[in-house]
Design a protein around this ligand. Structure first.
Ligand SMILES: [Zn+2]
Ligand SMILES: [Zn+2]
Length: 339
């Protein structure tokens, strides 16, 4: 194979186009990945619409990539041809900036992101720096692994670093692309897990995912219900509404944390008294570095956590993207190359 297909965006707001390109070759420190599956994420709209400075158009979106190393550049150790690997939002760090020097790789000031700062996984192949790679366990198919490299690591890492301990009350706000994984991880980590969503019709799904308790935010006062249960040590906010996040804050336990991983355009509003009384906090959590993705994949393989996916062939990327943007995907769209 000397050519590959890829789905690119020519300029901000332009339609996706399926094009053929020469197969790229890895340089020092890089590998080429034969892409088997790539998840379609809401953050792909950043590349599609040009919401980020410094995107080099035309760009191939996609930062939930699962495949196989098929060529290794010079100076790469430990990632031989044939290794099953994934790449997520974390697409490489500089190693020189202050956060990197402190070991905080995901907050690198020069963070590289596949599908934005270099071509991503809406393609038959892509080039990635070796430090962005995560091993995929045998038990996960490429299509299952792909969404775990973004939605999975985001929720898994936020929960395991939240400070909640086994048996603690943990609530997941929202049961969508992020939340349906968050609920499963919370249960498997041993938390007393509350799923919060809008409408009674989500209750069977919440229990199917393993939630012990379901709260319907349309008919119940969620903060009051959480308080009755003793208060939540962690509320993982996966929704895209600042208002919805604001209303649950009084349901936090003493020293409870609202951990924000969903992106809303409206602000989160909080009364100072709700923070002071009980020493509560609101924190943001970035997804994680490649080793966190690898941990996420290993934990998922071990415990049976799986994303709910709908797979379509690579050439249907435009339709998959539109379906995801209309919030009609249940829950993650995944492109497959057939390789
Ligand atoms: Zn993503
Ligand atoms: Zn850095």
């Amino acid at each position: 194979m000397s050519k590959m297909r890829c789905v690119q965006v020519g300029k901000p707001g332009a339609p996706f186009e399926l094009v053929e390109r020469d197969l790229p070759r890895p340089k020092a420190g890089e590998v080429r990945i034969k892409v088997q599956a790539c998840g379609v994420c809401h953050s792909d709209s950043i590349a599609k619409m040009g919401l980020f400075p410094g995107i080099a158009y035309p760009v191939v979106p996609g930062h939930e990539v699962a495949g196989i190393v098929d060529e290794v550049g010079p100076d790469v150790i430990g990632w031989p041809v044939g290794t099953r690997v994934g790449v997520g939002w974390f697409g490489g760090h500089c190693g020189r900036c202050e956060p990197c020097r402190r070991g905080d790789l995901v907050d690198c000031r020069n963070l590289r992101i596949p599908g934005l700062t270099y071509d991503g996984g809406y393609a038959d192949a892509m080039i990635a720096p070796a430090d962005a790679l995560a091993l995929i366990p045998d038990d996960l198919t490429p299509a299952e692994a792909a969404p775990l490299l973004c939605a999975g690591v985001t929720t898994f890492n936020a929960l395991r670093e939240s400070g909640a301990r086994p048996g603690d009350l943990v609530a997941i706000l929202g049961i969508g692309g992020l939340g349906h994984l968050g609920v499963q991880y919370a249960v498997k980590m041993g938390f007393r897990t509350v799923a919060i969503a809008r409408g009674a019709e989500k209750e069977p799904l919440a229990h199917k995912l393993g939630a012990h308790i379901y709260l319907d935010s349309q008919t119940q006062d969620v903060a009051a219900e959480l308080t009755k249960l003793g208060g939540a040590k962690t509320i993982l906010a996966t929704v895209t509404s600042g208002k919805a996040m604001s209303t649950v804050i009084p349901g936090l336990a003493v020293r409870g944390k609202l951990v924000v991983v969903g992106v809303g355009m409206d602000p989160i509003e909080v009364s100072a008294l709700d923070l002071l009384g009980g020493s509560r906090s609101i924190v943001g959590h970035a997804s994680g570095a490649s080793i966190d993705s690898q941990d996420t994949l290993a934990f998922s393989a071990l415990t049976g956590v799986r994303p709910t996916i709908e797979t379509v062939p690579l050439e249907q990327a435009p339709e998959a993207y539109e379906k995801m943007m209309r919030n009609e995907a249940r829950f993650r769209m995944v492109l497959t190359t057939g390789l």
